[in-house]
Design a binder for this molecule. Sequence first.
Ligand code: FEO
Length: 144
Amino acid sequence: MDKKVAKLLNEQINKEMYSSYLYFQFANYYHEEGLDGFYNWYYVQAKEEMDHALLMMQYLQNNNVAVTLEAIAKPDKTLEALVDPLKEGQTHERYVTGLIHTIYEAAYEEKDFRTMKFLDWFVEEQGEEEKNASDMLARFELFG
Ligand code: FEO
């Protein structure tokens, strides 16, 4: 595998794990606020993000690329209002979409069709996650 593509995928493992941490922070916040439905939503999202990281780790290993695990940053979002995780979540998913597209672009440039195919699922998944984040926010604002 091309070194640049491998490096980007390896970095993405860390970013997916950070996403998982971030969503656990959101889940914990809602738990403390007594909103069990929102807690559960982000708890499930957090586990999904960890699955994304594991898929990438497995993909690199299946292609004989050694995986380097870096420190996961502390979730740094300030949550003061009940709507804050939803807003931060939407911003974060848009950011992640950009990251996935950057890896896709690198794979495309290298004619790494296998990685493009692997990433197709993530491209679609990001579309879904952005939609979910927008829908959650729209409903929250609608009902207050
Ligand atoms: Fe795995 Fe929504 O990023």
